[in-house]
Design a protein around this ligand. Structure first.
Ligand code: PGA
Length: 263
């Protein structure tokens, strides 16, 4: 839709990396590098153990905190899980839900994603809902079917107001950690398809306000061409978020793509 300005979101998913002291050092370096940015939402997602320390390190900065997962129940006998109220308490504003590694290695399903999304929203955490097809699915021509089931399954039962607190992240599984990025056209095609699904389920107006990030081997070298695509609203970055310089460069790319969009 013309005239809608979505604020791009650049999120660093640190996955199973960084001790508390490493996480604080990375955050402190990043804070200095992105201090001037006011036009892009910058998020870091450290492991659970470092959330609280990183929350202190980003206090009064323009960086926001995300967790990498959440459990659907608030408390109780669920050994090893971490709940939405706990994440809120640790300083999180966002939580990544349904990352393909969770779907692949930890049995996450559309249904569990949906329950987690609802738990996050109930505690004022913004879900970053990840969707994406595997290589065999793309090659078998099933990309849209898979994306449709991830998107509709993940957001089932949400009101338009709930949805407006959600971020979607399109991450083709074959592009994650492989160095193989989707081409800007491939990314735009799926992002546009996702926005179409949201239009069908809600309205064009609601759909036009939702931020859809791209993820999968995003680097400073390819970030700009992805982010100038009309339906690509930022990036979910794995490997390149583990170094302050490369992550800050991607933020810079997003800022300049944003400025170009405004001209
Ligand atoms: P990558 O990971 O940038 O290392 O490909 C992206 C992600 O899994 O979110």
């Amino acid at each position: 839709m013309e005239g809608i300005m979505r604020i791009p979101i650049i999120a660093g998913n640190w996955k199973l990396n960084k001790t508390i002291s490493e996480a604080v050092a990375l955050t402190t370096a990043l804070k200095a590098l992105v201090a001037d940015n006011t036009s892009v939402e910058v998020i870091v997602a450290p492991p659970f153990t470092a959330l609280s320390a990183v929350s202190d390190a980003i206090a009064s900065s323009n960086i926001r905190l995300a967790a990498q997962d959440v459990y659907s129940e608030d408390s109780g006998a669920f050994t090893g899980e971490v709940s939405a109220p706990m994440l809120k308490d640790a300083g999180c504003d966002y939580v990544i839900i349904g990352h393909s590694e969770r779907r692949q290695y930890f049995g996450e399903t559309n249904d569990s994603v949906n329950q987690k999304v609802k738990a996050a929203l109930a505690h004022d955490l913004k879900p970053i809902i990840c969707v994406g097809e595997q290589l065999e699915e793309r090659e078998a021509g099933q990309t849209e079917t898979v994306i449709k089931s991830h998107v509709t399954g993940g957001i089932a039962g949400l009101s338009a107001a709930d949805l407006s607190s959600c971020v979607l992240a399109y991450e083709p599984v074959w592009a994650i950690g492989t160095g193989k990025t989707a081409t800007p056209d491939q990314a735009q095609e799926v992002h546009n398809f996702i926005r179409g699904l949201l239009t069908e389920a809600y309205s064009a107006e609601v759909a036009s306000q939702i931020c859809i990030q791209y993820g999968g081997s995003v680097k400073p070298e390819n970030a700009a061409e992805l982010m100038v695509q009309p339906d690509v609203d930022g990036a979910l970055v794995g490997g390149a978020s583990l170094e302050a310089e490369s992550f800050a460069k991607i933020v810079e790319m997003a800022v300049s793509s944003q400025l170009r969009g405004w001209l």
